[in-house]
Ligand binder design. Sequence first.
Ligand SMILES: [Fe+2]
Length: 201
Amino acid sequence: MSFTEDEQRLAQPDDHASVHIAAWYMDDSIEDQRLSHQQNPEKPASLQVLQNLGVLYWKLDADQYETDPRLAAIRKVRGYSHVEIINISKDTLPDYENKIKTFYEEHIHSDEEIRYILDGSGYFDVRDLDDQWIRIHCKKGDLIILPEGIYHRFTLDETNHTKAMRLFVGEPVWTPFNRPQDEHTSRRKYLEKFGRVASTA
Ligand SMILES: [Fe+2]
């Protein structure tokens, strides 16, 4: 498939030089996962740090997601043919307690994880190359892509509600592979692409 220059430009992720992302290195406390878990003093993680780990980020206008040319371009250029909306809260998500537990188990996927927050907010935690957790606070209008093979997890925050669009290339596969997955093809691919050797090569 070919794209116009406009579509390619519109589909570009936000640039770390001009956009701030709400992300930080987590503390080690085992308190409620919905708390912010900031370190003291706080240790922010920049979009540059996240991009080096393969995480992509866009700030979009969630009020016009049905007609947004940027979202349309991202979907077209990246091949996200499947779209569905998941409403995560006690009253709206079937099998809520189990799902919440599953989302927070550290895992990888054999595809990207693509989430666009339409309402509410939540935390995506990703592991950096030193095995530290970086917590990303995603709110309405944030579109985030976690690369195939990155160790990650998700939790609601204290608002207890996230409405998110889930996108996928073709028929969706949401299967999580819980850690350890160091021999998994997707994990190996991830390290080849974003691991230390790759970044210094
Ligand atoms: Fe996941």
